[in-house]
Design a protein around this ligand. Structure first.
Ligand code: ADP
Length: 555
């Protein structure tokens, strides 16, 4: 049992042998948008990812650096409170106290006048260079509040938590927590490095908050003496928040770029696809017989070239069809005339019966003549159709045309004599060889000789000559006949073209070669051109015509 073919129900627009797996495969535009948009999206996603990472890392580096700098500045500021500043402060207080004491007790001076001057000098000397006094050690009551102050100040400035540790890693002040609550931090990496005199930053979970935190520490040194460490910490969230704003801006810009590129892709693909769709419409209309279709050529690119090629193709098909129609019309007209003539005469002969044998005999002869003309016409049409549909393969043999030319002249000699025309043949015994099919060239030459005899009145001359130039072999068929008017010359090789229809037909009736329907020269042209030759004509009306056939000589 026959199963229905899977191709029978396929839509006209999608060939059955190319099944569409996805709906978008049916649209060139969709494919282009997906291809452009997809590629752009991937590039953009990678770019955004890379940019985001870079921005985040840059912010992190900057935050680490800022925190390290803040730690360094804080450590510098803390050198004094931890060491010399407190003692200086104590020294200043002592000096103030001494000054006050001197101001309130001037009458204590009870020495002799003799000694007074000396004493004054001594006093002056003492005041100018006061004796160095041993300084009291800085007490925690003096130092700790100042350290706390410095910690608070830098915490505010750096927007970070500041912890000050002594050289054993014990907390001394903290900007955020009570120091009693803070465990010694001597083991933390950045603190260890700071105690060795180096600055470092680290990211880890904070002991209090548990949140990921950035830590940086710097040593507090006086000369080579290690006094302690200042540690700064900042939740990573702060860093991430700063980076997030920029990453969000980048993503937003990416989304805008994707939207813009999609709009652009749609616009470009529309512009590209529109002429293709127009071409499709025109091709479908042409397939339905409207060969007046022309598509606008708007670009100079491949699509423009395609539109141009389409227009040319439709134009060529249109011209070919017109020629074909004209040919059929001509051919049927040419066939109808002799057929009508034959039919009319048969009716007359039949009506006459045996009454007028002379007239019947004349009509029968005319019927025969018309039948012959029909046969010639049919042969000529067949020749032409044959030449066009099945052209002979390109000639591959080199031929000397001289014997063929002499033979053609001999064949036509009797016809010339009967017509009262003198025919001469002047060709050398041998000619340079040419690559042609000799039988086809002979047919062309016979046709030209036939025409020359046909259109030359009795007493005229027909000459067949052949000669070679360096490049070509030229065969001329000339006559002293009626010639061809200049207006007709350009059309003389067209099918069914006759200069003087009446003249052609009556003279052609005697001919054994041409049809008399204007097909002889069209056949000649076809034969010559199929052998890489060319045929031209020159004529002066009432003086004769010269047909010239030439073929390229072999190098
Ligand atoms: P036909 O069969 O009518 O002769 P051809 O194609 O051979 O058709 O010739 C076309 C027309 O060219 C003829 O009708 C004739 O008018 C003109 N012609 C051809 N050869 C000659 C010639 N040698 N001298 C004058 N006219 C010619």
């Amino acid at each position: 049992m026959d199963t229905p073919s899977p191709t029978s129900s396929a839509p006209v627009t999608a060939p059955a042998h190319l099944p569409d797996r996805w709906p978008w495969q049916r649209s060139l535009q969709a494919r282009m948008i997906i291809a452009f948009g997809g590629a752009f999206l991937i590039i953009l996603a990678l770019l955004t990812f890379w940019l985001g990472r870079t921005v985040y890392n840059t912010y992190l580096d900057a935050a680490e650096h800022d925190l390290e700098v803040a730690a360094f500045l804080a450590s510098n500021a803390l050198e004094d409170p931890l060491s010399g500043y407190a003692s200086e402060f104590a020294q200043y207080q002592q000096w103030e106290a001494e000054r006050e004491h001197a101001a309130v007790a001037p009458s204590d001076d009870t020495r002799d006048d003799d000694n007074k001057k000396e004493d004054d000098e001594d006093d002056d000397a003492e005041r100018a260079t006061p004796a160095p006094t041993p300084l009291p050690a800085p007490t925690p009551e003096i130092v700790l509040p100042r350290l706390q102050g410095v910690a608070d100040l830098y915490a505010r400035d750096a927007n970070a938590r500041v912890t000050i540790l002594d050289k054993n890693g014990h907390p001394v002040a903290d900007s955020q927590y009570d120091i009693e609550r803070i465990t010694p931090q001597g083991a933390q990496m950045e603190v260890v490095m700071a105690l060795r005199g180096e600055e470092l930053s680290d990211i880890r979970a904070d002991a209090f908050t548990g949140a990921l935190t950035l830590f940086a520490a710097a040593p507090i040194q006086q000369g080579s003496e290690m006094l302690g460490v200042v540690q700064l910490s900042q939740p990573m969230q702060v860093v991430a928040e700063r980076a997030r704003a920029l990453v969000l801006t980048i993503i937003l810009a990416g989304v805008v770029a994707v939207l813009a590129s999609t709009v652009l892709a749609v616009w470009i693909s529309r512009r590209l696809v529109r002429p293709v769709l127009r071409l499709e419409q025109a091709a479908l209309a042409a397939a339905q017989g409207d060969l007046s279709q022309q598509v606008p050529v708007q670009t100079s690119d491949e699509l423009g070239a395609l539109a141009q090629a389409f227009n040319r193709m439709v134009g060529a098909v249109h011209t070919m069809l017109e020629q074909q129609r004209a040919f059929v019309a001509h051919a049927s007209h040419e066939l109808r005339t002799p057929l009508t003539n034959i039919k009319l005469r048969i009716e007359v002969v039949r009506a006459l019966g045996d009454e007028a044998p002379d007239i019947s005999e004349r009509y029968l002869a005319e019927i025969e003549s018309e039948a012959n003309r029909l046969a010639r016409l049919a042969n000529a049409l067949l020749d032409l159709a044959h030449l066009e549909s099945r052209p002979a393969p390109p000639p591959d043999k080199r031929v000397d045309l001289a014997p063929m030319l002499h033979n053609a002249a001999a064949i036509m000699q009797l016809r010339a004599q009967l017509a009262g025309v003198t025919m001469t043949a002047a060709a050398p015994a041998t000619l340079p060889p040419v690559k042609v099919h000799p039988e086809q060239v002979e047919e062309a030459v016979l046709n030209l000789l036939d025409n020359a005899i046909k259109y030359t009145p009795a007493g005229g001359r027909v000459a067949l000559t052949a000669a070679a130039t360096p490049e070509r072999l030229i065969v001329n068929v000339s006559d002293t006949g009626a010639g061809i008017p200049p207006d007709d010359l350009p059309h003389i090789f067209d099918r069914f073209y006759r200069v003087d229809k009446a003249r052609s037909r009556t003279r052609g009736g005697q001919s054994g070669m041409g049809s008399g329907a204007g097909l002889g020269l069209a056949i000649v042209k076809q034969l010559v051109e199929q052998n890489q030759g060319s045929v031209t004509v020159e004529s002066t009306p009432d003086q004769g015509a010269n047909f010239s056939v030439s073929f390229p000589l072999m190098a």
